[in-house]
Design a protein around this ligand. Structure first.
Ligand SMILES: Cc1cc2nc3c(=O)[nH]c(=O)nc-3n(C[C@H](O)[C@H](O)[C@H](O)COP(=O)(O)OP(=O)(O)OC[C@H]3O[C@@H](n4cnc5c(N)ncnc54)[C@H](O)[C@@H]3O)c2cc1C
Length: 507
């Protein structure tokens, strides 16, 4: 469990009504999380959101009996969600029906037989024994180290905001630094234990959740293996958007005002202070402004140049997480070869990583992820049908005009048919494609990235963009660009950190 003393809200401050008005820009998971926390502390909170529903990238598309989650599909680190709910005096089970997935997921390789990853560790040990000599023993050793890192991260790292190098290099982190492998890459770390390409890929693929590659991610993030292999994979019945709905409901219970279809156009600032925001419809005064919209958008589009936190050069030199081609497909029959979560991993996946991060090409043989929540949840597809979510990571900043992405989507669907040995093109009832330009127009995401800033060493912890403005004393930022980073649990923890900061400075 998360040590109670670690939670920002539990570090001594007792809430009291303050009647100060906070305007939050954006009702994604980060904005929703922050709104509840601040309202609970007595702030008057209003959230302004561009779209008509809460959730940000965790929205839905509904069509002909299918309901697709538009963004996140993996519910990992359940204790972070549970702990958040209890920190705002709610029981998660009163809002969400979270079920464990068993088996956890399946991986198709290019040439070798597919493998299934189980909840039960004995089965995974047997699997790793079949992949390489002493594979099971190696897996156990690897996971022991992952667990140490995960627990160290929860205790010392994730729930901590950094203001300077001395904050980062505090004693426990220095003491444990060597064991945390801060300076080695994940691939280097994994190669010291495993030799078979399949074992390596099973413990490395999760870098996709960090918007990075095993060749760029610090070995600290081998903690992710503990997350998916030991803690396991979960699913909120009804879909991931149920989480956004639950947070929205709690926010309303705490008196948060939500203004949907109300895009913020400008943050008004004078004399070193943010004075409020302007939308197309209204001007709103605020004592504190918290932007939970995309960081680059806030800095470059909502603020006057002199009030930006970072110069253009900063953004130009960032390593962006991949963009994606997303396919939401309703199929009029069952596809028995798929599990709720399935991956296709190319044998030489370094080519795909290179195409994403270096050469910037549409990949010829991409690895991809396939969600099929209808395996668990009958509410997301009509009876006897499947709900498919396909995600292909791609280089950000590429031209994705209609003909390119439709041709690419067809190619992926044909590849999938071959992979599972079943044709379904003529059974497609519903198909939507989204890619880079949708992320730009819908979410203002920089260069069409789907996840923001990749988790490389130079973009981790102290090196992530600041939660507070360097120019305006009452302007703050949250969301997956800030510490601790990408993913639903991280975006929520980031908001807890910023709310703690706001409460300490403005209570
Ligand atoms: C395709 C995809 C798959 C993913 N898969 C997973 C997964 O399986 N598991 C996982 O844990 N994480 C996953 N993630 C990551 C996770 O979803 C994100 O890190 C997290 O949801 C980000 O939340 P956020 O609130 O910071 O940002 P957002 O969701 O982008 O929310 C920002 C909000 O601000 C609004 N906004 C922007 N500009 C303005 C403006 N000017 N005025 C008003 N409102 C504005 C936007 O409309 C949006 O609602 C995935 C993300 C994507 C895109």
């Amino acid at each position: 469990m998360i040590p109670p003393g670690n939670r920002p809200g539990n570090r001594g401050f007792q809430g009291r009504a303050m009647e100060k008005r906070v305007v939050i820009i954006g009702a994604g998971l980060a904005g929703l999380t922050a709104a509840i926390k601040l309202a609970r502390k007595g702030f008057k909170v209003s959230v302004y959101e561009k779209h008509g529903t809460p959730g940000g990238v965790a929205r839905t598309i509904e069509d002909r009996g299918f309901r697709f989650d538009t963004g996140p599909t993996w519910y990992l680190m359940p204790e972070v969600f549970e702990s958040y709910f209890s920190s705002v005096d709610r029981k998660i089970e009163d809002y969400l029906d979270i079920v464990p997935l068993s088996p956890s997921y399946k991986i198709f390789f290019e040439k070798d037989e597919p493998v299934v990853i189980h909840r039960e560790m004995e089965k995974n040990i047997t699997l790793f024994d079949s992949l390489e000599k002493d594979g099971g023993k190696k897996l156990q050793g690897y996971l022991k180290d992952s667990k140490f890192k995960y627990e160290a991260a929860l205790k010392e790292f994730l729930y901590r905001d950094y203001r300077g190098p001395f904050d980062f290099l505090h004693w426990p982190l220095i003491r444990d630094g060597l064991r945390l492998n801060l300076l080695r890459t994940l691939d280097n770390h994994v190669s010291r234990t495993f030799s078979d390409h399949r074992s390596k890929k099973i413990v490395e693929f999760n870098t996709v959740f960090l918007g990075s590659s095993p060749y760029k991610t610090p070995a600290l993030y081998s903690l992710m293996a503990h997350v998916d292999l030991t803690i396991g994979v979960y699913y909120p019945m009804g879909g991931i958007h149920e989480l956004a709905k639950a947070l929205y409901r709690i926010g309303r219970e705490y008196g948060v005002e939500y203004h949907f279809n109300n895009e913020v156009k400008h943050i008004i600032a004078r004399g070193g202070k943010a004075e409020g925001i302007e939308t197309a419809a209204e001007t709103v005064k605020a004592d504190i402004v918290l932007s939970a919209a995309e960081y680059h958008h806030t800095d470059t589009a909502l603020l006057d140049r002199k009030h930006r936190n970072y110069p253009d050069l900063y953004w130009k030199t960032r390593i962006m997480a991949p963009a994606t081609l997303l396919l939401y497909v309703g199929v009029k029959k069952k596809l028995p070869k798929l599990l709720h979560h399935t991956f296709y991993l190319a044998d030489d996946w370094s080519v795909h990583f290179n195409e994403i991060f270096n050469t910037k090409r549409w990949s010829g043989n991409p690895c991809y992820y396939l969600g099929c929540p209808s395996k668990t949840d009958p509410s997301v597809a009509p009876e006897g049908m499947e709900n498919l979510f396909i995600l292909v990571p791609l280089a950000p900043g590429m031209d994705d005009h209609d003909s390119v992405r439709e041709e690419y989507a067809d190619r992926i669907l044909r590849h999938l048919e071959t992979l599972i040995g079943e044709e379904f093109a003529s059974d497609i009832a519903v198909k939507y494609i989204a890619s880079q330009r949708d992320f730009i127009t819908n979410n203002h995401y920089y260069r069409g990235t789907a996840l923001g800033l990749a988790h490389t060493l130079s973009q981790t912890a102290i090196f992530r963009p600041s939660h507070r403005s360097f120019r305006l004393k009452n302007l703050y930022y949250t969301g997956h660009y800030t510490q601790p980073g990408i993913g639903m649990p991280m975006a929520m923890i980031g908001s807890e950190l910023v709310c703690d900061l706001i409460t300490r400075r403005h209570a």
